[in-house]
Design a protein around this ligand. Structure first.
Ligand code: CP
Length: 447
């Protein structure tokens, strides 16, 4: 099932930092004359499997493949595919990836679906957005735009505003910003803060420290939230300026990244006072050289009358999506080579098959929906002690495992007991609670 020879893009972490910079340079070459590349991928076929609506992602991928000289097949409406008869994503990608298509772009409403597609397809899979999890190619477009506008990414001050909880675009973008050494100011609409698992990953992978932020003069967004936070990474670069983060005053903003309320994922939340960018926001001193960004579609969180301001680059982000996606597909299809090595994380082996143990706590995870029929739950150990923390290998949500069992002896112990420490993989299985272990047929031997 796992094809180790192919490269997928499920998370932005599937590309190395140097690889991303090389892809920017290739995108520049493609962009210089979009019509000059119609032999590069001649004969290749891309399938777009979009089980959620899209304008930019699907059409820019299709345009990119046509400009590379390849062909396109598409399933843009779930109702017209055999998914409406109950076919699983795993079976769909097994059929389409191969003789039908050489590369797949998948959009799906369930968190973790792209990882499932990548595991089952024999050809490269690109995540076109999986639930509220990630949207890595939007991040490539966003980084590429910012890099072209500002000439660098390291040290930039980037404000993320709006629905940071459900925006998959924001999640991929903040991992990448931290990796490139940009500083992040979060200005969520109250109740829509970055999820804990995203913050934990930022802390674990990039040493991100958080502090209260004050971005005093940003009318329109500052007024909507008094919970601004400043996130700065201590690796790979060191910012000597912020060794003792307490309350950070942000006086220069390089980009304000606005997002719409992701209403399709809400469960009745009130968004009446959702923030809105207007001329008065752009009039703030701190925003003098800021770029206004948005992944689009816009609903009403950016006034139309700032579209002509030279600082508004959201349509440019969408335009740059074509050369950026040309570069990505040419790379994944082996038509261009990168000098940079793939990220070390790609060498990580598949995680811990939870078997009778853990269940992902995210009700929108594919493992708790269509995947119940065929997926083995799979977790990665993130923190080994106090108590062990594992994250779902599909959607990354975390669980604390307070009990450790032995798969053959069918006994379970508290994580910090000597008996638990002696249970080694592959006999080691994790549980959140004693009740979960008992329900799975394990006996608890701790008093
Ligand atoms: N930015 C983005 O993903 O747009 P679409 O939903 O139109 O693809």
């Amino acid at each position: 099932m796992l094809d180790q020879g192919k490269r997928d893009l499920v998370s932005i972490e599937d590309l190395g930092t140097a690889e991303i910079l090389e892809l920017f340079h290739h995108a520049d070459e493609f962009r210089a004359n979009l019509r000059a590349w119609s032999d590069l991928c001649r004969g290749a076929i891309m399938a777009t499997l979009f089980f959620e609506p899209s304008t930019r992602t699907r059409l820019s991928f299709e345009s990119a493949m046509l400009r590379l000289g390849g062909g396109v097949i598409t399933a843009a409406d779930e109702k017209n595919t055999s998914r409406s008869k109950g076919e699983s994503l795993a079976d769909t990608v097994r059929v389409v990836g191969g003789s039908y298509a050489d590369i797949l772009v998948v959009r799906h409403p369930e968190d973790g679906a792209a990882r499932v597609a990548a595991r089952y397809a024999r050809v490269p899979v690109i995540n076109g957005g999986d639930g509220a999890h990630e949207h890595p190619t939007q991040t490539l477009c966003d980084l590429y735009t910012l890099w072209k506008e500002k000439g660098r990414l390291e040290g930039l001050e980037v404000v993320l505003c709006g629905d940071l909880r459900y925006s998959r675009t924001i999640h991929s973008f903040c991992y990448a910003l931290a990796r490139f050494g940009a500083n992040i100011v979060t200005m969520p609409y109250p109740g829509f803060e970055l999820p804990d698992y995203v913050l934990h990953r930022l802390r674990r992978d990039f040493g991100v420290q958080a502090a209260a932020a004050s971005v005093g003069d940003l009318p329109g967004i500052a007024g909507s939230s008094n919970a601004a936070a400043y996130l700065t990474a201590s690796k790979p670069h060191q910012l000597a300026l912020f060794t003792n983060l307490t309350n950070v005053e942000v006086n220069r903003i390089d980009a304000i990244y606005m997002t719409r309320a992701q209403r399709e994922r809400h469960t009745g939340e009130d968004t009446t006072n959702y923030p809105r960018l207007s001329r008065s926001t752009l009039g703030a001193a701190a925003a003098k050289d800021a770029r206004i960004m948005h992944p689009l579609p816009r609903v009403d969180e950016i006034d139309y009358d700032i579209d002509d301001d030279p600082r508004s680059v959201y349509f440019r982000q969408a335009e740059l999506g074509v050369p950026m996606r040309m570069a990505l597909m040419a790379f994944l299809l082996g038509k261009i080579q990168l000098r940079a090595s793939p990220p070390a994380a790609l060498a990580v082996t598949p995680g811990i098959a939870a078997g009778a143990g853990l269940r992902c706590p995210n009700e929108r995870c594919i493992t708790n929906n269509e995947g119940v029929r065929y997926l083995t739950r799979d977790f990665r150990l993130r923190e080994a002690e106090a108590p062990p923390v594992l994250s779902c290998a599909y959607c990354e949500r975390e669980v604390e495992a307070r009990f450790v069992g032995h798969t053959q002896q069918r006994v379970v112990h508290r994580y910090n007991s000597p008996e638990a420490r002696h249970i080694k993989s592959p006999q080691r299985v994790y549980f959140e609670s004693e009740a979960q272990a008992l329900a799975a047929g394990f006996e608890c031997r701790d008093g």
